[in-house]
Design a protein around this ligand. Structure first.
Ligand SMILES: Nc1ncnc2c1ncn2[C@@H]1O[C@H](COP(=O)(O)OP(=O)(O)OP(=O)(O)O)[C@@H](O)[C@H]1O
Ligand code: NI
Length: 365
């Protein structure tokens, strides 16, 4: 695709543990286009963060055993550390859930944003100053420029009174403002792709909505691609153009948000939607999905969701599950896709349409 920025193809990422090999990502494929917000959603432990860490190979990324990650046509899977460093400095930025851990408590917020501007814009002369151990303040003009840019960035992420706020320390900021500051740090390098791993999870819903709106606006202004990781399907519904539903290290379903979330085809997507607190009335209790996610140790044969799926047959428990494109761009990895999901009937691997007894939406009542 012409404007595809990121492509993840059949990614397998493993960790070695005392219990055995953890198949954290177990054959995931998806893409992010320029100017598009893609939501990566799924329960805890399904491999969302490891996928993100594999893309930029930061913070204990695990072992990529097979598959391919390409960014803007370049193969990142086999890139050396110098190339990756350049990609992280110029092309891809990541923000995490807890800005407490990323912001340094002893420096003013403005300085920390300016520092990332300086690293990005410094070029070779700054590299030499760094090498010689010349403190940044010695290169006054460069630092002043970076400070000005930091204030601009704070303005762009809608931090009020950016000039005054720049002098404040992280503890003087509210959680939401700290997250906005992190966003400013991430934007300092003018990335083409922003990966946001649960950026609003720790925040109250109003603050959360404000930041998600901001990400929306920034995407529009900068035409960046965004990979928004969340376990909250409501956040994805509010913010994203496309959604990738992950489970057991694999992609269960992906496609345009309005299709996937209004006419979900995969039983797992349906279960996630039923459990979303936003779909319930005031007095209804939040139900949780029955059973627990599969153990990632050793991987699994067949569909990872089979053990919790009420439609599962013996065919679901072995071999590769074929991915069916039910509508353009809407893909489902399920051989028992319910017939009442308004799509065309799913044709199984054998080429024979299956006789599926459609449940009434798979309600867990
Ligand atoms: N450093 C590691 N060593 C061993 N296993 C790991 C490591 N990091 C992650 N895992 C395992 O990989 C799997 C996927 O974890 P991941 O953090 O990607 O989940 P997630 O979808 O981001 O969940 P959450 O919503 O809780 O953040 C889990 O089974 C996890 O225990
Ligand atoms: Ni995570």
């Amino acid at each position: 695709m012409m404007n595809e920025l990121l492509r993840v193809e059949d990614l397998h990422t493993h960790f070695d543990s005392d219990q055995g090999t953890v198949h954290a990502v177990d054959g995931a494929s998806f893409g992010v286009n320029r100017g598009e917000i893609v939501g990566l959603v799924g329960e805890s432990g399904c491999g969302k963060s490891v996928t993100a860490r594999s893309i930029i190979r930061l913070e204990d990324p695990g072992r990529i055993v097979s598959g391919r990650i390409s960014f803007d046509g370049r193969d990142l899977t086999r890139a050396d550390e110098a190339t990756l460093r350049r990609v992280r400095g110029e092309d891809i930025s990541i923000v995490f859930q807890d800005p407490h851990e990323t912001l340094n408590p002893v420096f003013p917020i403005g300085d920390q944003i300016a520092e990332s501007v300086r690293i990005h814009d410094g070029g070779s002369s700054q590299g030499l100053l760094d090498f010689l151990g010349v403190p940044p303040f010695r290169n006054r003009t460069a630092w002043n420029r970076a400070e000005d840019r930091a204030v601009e960035l704070m303005e762009q992420v809608a931090i009020p009174d950016p000039n005054g706020s720049a002098a404040e320390y992280p503890h003087e900021f509210s959680g939401g403002m700290r997250q906005r500051a992190m966003l400013a740090v991430a934007l300092a390098s003018d990335p083409n792709l922003l990966i946001a791993d649960e950026p609003t999870t720790a925040l109250d819903t109003t603050t959360q909505a404000g930041i998600l709106r901001q990400i929306w606006t920034l995407r529009d202004q900068r035409d960046m691609g965004v990979l928004l990781i969340s376990h909250d399907i409501g956040v994805v519904a509010q913010t994203c153009d496309r959604v990738v539903v992950m489970y057991g290290g694999q992609v269960m379903e992906s496609g345009p948000v309005d299709e996937v979330l209004t006419a979900p085809k995969h039983p797992y997507t349906r279960a996630l939607l039923e459990c979303s607190p936003r779909n319930l009335g005031r007095d209804e209790r939040v139900s949780t999905l029955e059973g627990s996610p599969p153990d990632a140790v050793g991987g699994h044969d067949g569909c990872p969701f089979a053990d919790r799926c009420r439609l599962a047959t013996s065919d679901c428990r072995s071999g590769d599950i074929p991915v069916v494109e039910s509508d353009p761009g809407h893909r489902v990895a399920c051989i028992e896709t319910p017939a009442d999901s308004r799509g065309t009937p799913t044709v199984a691997a054998s080429g024979q349409p299956r006789n599926v007894v459609a449940p009434d939406g798979g309600d867990e009542k």
